[in-house]
Every structure is written in structure tokens, then in C-alpha cells.
Design a protein around this ligand. Structure first.
Ligand SMILES: CC(C)(COP(=O)(O)OP(=O)(O)OC[C@H]1O[C@@H](n2cnc3c(N)ncnc32)[C@H](O)[C@@H]1OP(=O)(O)O)[C@@H](O)C(=O)NCCC(=O)NCCS
Length: 194
């Protein structure tokens, strides 16, 4: 595991997009898959790198996994489909949570995709809210927000009273698209429920 370098950019974007295609292709509708790919651009990877920390799991000069943390928000955790279920995602999360603890964070939050729910639950993340983005033509991108307390034991997790109930960074991206560039291409309405 090591820190992202700017020379990783193309390989990292390819890793993320390949993982989205394979891991999300069976569970999300096509427009949601495209939404994820439009979200994970080179620009956004560099933003995370500038604002926080991006890490990569590398083996023999090949990038196999990645994750990032900005403030208390863990994001963009991906393991290449050919290398999933070998502990790489867990190692990425261990590093990100360690960084959060070292920075004095008492909890971390993240957005949970449909296929990653059991992974995060097994790590003690408590789902806070279910969210759904209207990506147009009757298709939706469903996900949850979740939180983990870092200052209690792994098996004593739970949603804290008064925990944040708003939807996560994907909703903010959707709102930006509507407000700035695409003028509502993804549809105007969105549902988010507790
Ligand atoms: C979610 C993801 C990061 C997990 O990475 P990974 O390297 O496959 O996970 P690990 O091998 O470290 O799994 C650790 C444990 O999590 C649990 N787990 C992981 N994937 C699981 C799955 N699909 N179903 C059930 N449990 C799962 C298991 O308990 C696993 O331990 P085990 O293999 O000994 O049973 C990876 O599958 C992925 O990139 N998915 C697509 C992208 C994604 O959804 N990313 C999350 C963004 S919100």
C-alpha cells in the first residue's frame, strides 16, 4: 500500500472505471453506471489527492485497489474485479481508518454502493440513510450513507443518535450537475428517505 502519485493517474482511473463496469454492471442500471464513471474523473481523483489522501494497493507495478479519505469522509474504495475477496479492500480500509484515527477523527462516514453493503457491514459500518438519485429515463442510482465510530470496539458499532441524515457525496455531485453543466440531464426529481 502506498500513497497515490500523479504518474498513477491514468492507471488509477482505468482501475476505477473497470471496477465500475464489472462490479456495478450487474446491479445498477446503465445510466447509473455511467453516472458513477462521470463522477470518478481524473479531475476528481486529483481533487481528493489535493484535499486529503489517496492510497493505492500495488503489486508488481499493477494497481489492484484504491481508496481515499478527505476529512472524515472515506470515498472511492475500489478493488479490481480480478482481485476481489483477497483482503485488498480490507487492507485499504485499515489504512484509511488508521489515517483517520491518527488525524484525531472519532468517526468516519462513507457512501455504500449496493454490492459493497456486506463488506462495510462486516467492518462495523452502520447504515444511516438510504438514498436514491434519479439518473433519468426512469433509472435510479440507489445507495446508503453509513458511519463507523472509531473510538469504540469493532463489535460495538451503531448509528449514533443525532447522526447526520442527509444523503452523501453522490447527491452533491448530482446537484452540481443540475446547477452547472448538464442543466437537468439527469432529471429533476430525486428521492431520499431515512
Ligand atoms: C467492496 C470492495 C471494495 C471489497 O474489496 P475486496 O478486496 O473484495 O474485499 P475483501 O477481500 O477485503 O473482503 C473482506 C471481507 O468483507 C466481506 N465481503 C467483501 N465482499 C463481500 C461480498 N461481495 N459479499 C459478502 N461479504 C463480502 C467478507 O467478510 C470479506 O472477508 P472474506 O472474504 O474472508 O469472507 C470490492 O468488492 C469492490 O471494489 N467492489 C466494487 C466497488 C465498490 O462497491 N466499492 C465501494 C464503494 S462504496
Amino acid at each position: 500500500m502506498r500513497a497515490f502519485r500523479s504518474s498513477d493517474l491514468e492507471a488509477l482511473r482505468q482501475l476505477i472505471h473497470a471496477t465500475i463496469d464489472v462490479s456495478y454492471g450487474d446491479v445498477y442500471p446503465p445510466r447509473a453506471v455511467q453516472f458513477f464513471k462521470d463522477y470518478h474523473t481524473d479531475e476528481r481523483i486529483l481533487e481528493r489527492h489535493a484535499a486529503g489522501s489517496v492510497i493505492v494497493a500495488e503489486h508488481e507495478r499493477e494497481l489492484l485497489g484504491t481508496g481515499a479519505i478527505v476529512g472524515d469522509h472515506i470515498m472511492a474504495v475500489f478493488v479490481h474485479p480480478d482481485h476481489q475477496r483477497r483482503g485488498i479492500g480490507a487492507a485499504v480500509m485499515d489504512d484509511l481508518e488508521r489515517a483517520a484515527r491518527a488525524a484525531g477523527r472519532r468517526s468516519v462516514c462513507l457512501d455504500v454502493s449496493l454490492p459493497s453493503r456486506f463488506f462495510y457491514e462486516s467492518r462495523g459500518y452502520a447504515n444511516l440513510r438510504s438514498c436514491s438519485i434519479d439518473v433519468g429515463e426512469g433509472e435510479h442510482l440507489d445507495y446508503w450513507t453509513a458511519e463507523k465510530h472509531l473510538d469504540v470496539g469493532e463489535f460495538q458499532q451503531g448509528a449514533r443518535a443525532g447522526a447526520p441524515t442527509r444523503c452523501g457525496i453522490l447527491h452533491r455531485h448530482r446537484a452540481q450537475l443540475n446547477a452547472q453543466t448538464l442543466g437537468g440531464q439527469w432529471g429533476e426529481s430525486h428521492r431520499s428517505e431515512k
